[in-house]
Write a protein that binds this ligand. Structure first.
Ligand code: C5P
Length: 232
């Protein structure tokens, strides 16, 4: 069975490695995430490769710039033909509104449906100590809720947030808002640099629509076995 709500992070830097992962994982997973490591290394070819496997792309570039630049970048994301992309919610409401506007205009022009746009709240690698050091004295949960509300007000489709804030976001914003959750670790695997983690099962139980999982699958000796253990 192909899982539609597990997103595999293709955090590798060669097309050969990307292809190896797509070969073994595409029979099991529908959505693959392309981030800055793979795109800066391989460019558009990395996107074309996922399309060759007829799979969907979550473009994880986390745009964070002045509204006009993000407006233009969002049009580019649409032209790449991705299923989903993201912007930093901390870029502010005007920046997020411009992301939606750019994506809407370009999708309409091309006659395709607009990709889902997510607001990145607080990186899952950050805890309250790390937030304090960048001048934010709120708890991670407080800051995530603040930014998720702003993303909703800007017209975004959802937010990226750690497993620890899923329930609070659902409660505050309701059902009509996608929650995409990285920082997911199957039972017994290493948390690495992620600070606010949970198992896939816990993340879905708390209300995540999608989970994003990278190293526990991509660096595993047997990635398919890990996927199967998550799907249960
Ligand atoms: O290897 P791991 O499972 O930690 O990968 C998580 C992926 O999710 C990475 O590609 C990382 O860039 C991404 N991500 C994250 N936290 C966010 C947004 C994206 O970990 N808030």
């Amino acid at each position: 069975m192909i899982k539609n709500n597990i997103i595999i992070a293709l955090d590798v830097n060669t097309l050969k490695e990307e292809e190896r992962l797509l070969n073994i994982l595409s029979p099991h997973v529908q959505v693959f995430k392309i981030g800055i490591e793979l795109f800066y290394s391989c460019g558009l070819k990395a996107i074309e490769l996922v399309k060759k496997y007829d799979r969907d792309i979550f473009l994880d570039f986390k745009f964070h710039d002045i509204p006009n630049t993000v407006y233009a970048a969002s049009k580019t994301a649409v032209r790449f033909g991705v299923f989903m992309f993201n912007v930093h919610a901390s870029g502010g409401i005007n920046m997020m509104q411009k992301a939606v506007e750019g994506a809407e205009e370009e999708s309409e022009k091309l006659g395709i449906s607009r990709p889902k746009i997510l607001g990145v709240t607080v990186l899952t690698s950050m805890d309250s100590e790390a937030l304090k050091k960048i001048g934010i004295n709120k708890s991670p949960e407080g800051q995530v809720l603040n930014l998720a509300r702003l993303a909703k007000d800007a017209g975004l489709d959802g937010a990226v947030a750690s497993p620890e804030e899923i329930s609070a976001i659902r409660k505050a914003i309701g059902k009509d808002f996608l929650i995409v959750t990285p920082g997911v670790r199957p039972e017994g695997s290493d948390a690495e640099d992620q600070k606010r983690v949970a198992t896939p099962k816990e993340a879905f139980q708390r209300g995540a629509d999608y989970i994003v999982i990278g190293r526990p699958v991509t660096k595993a000796k047997d990635p398919v076995a890990v996927i199967k253990s998550i799907v249960g």
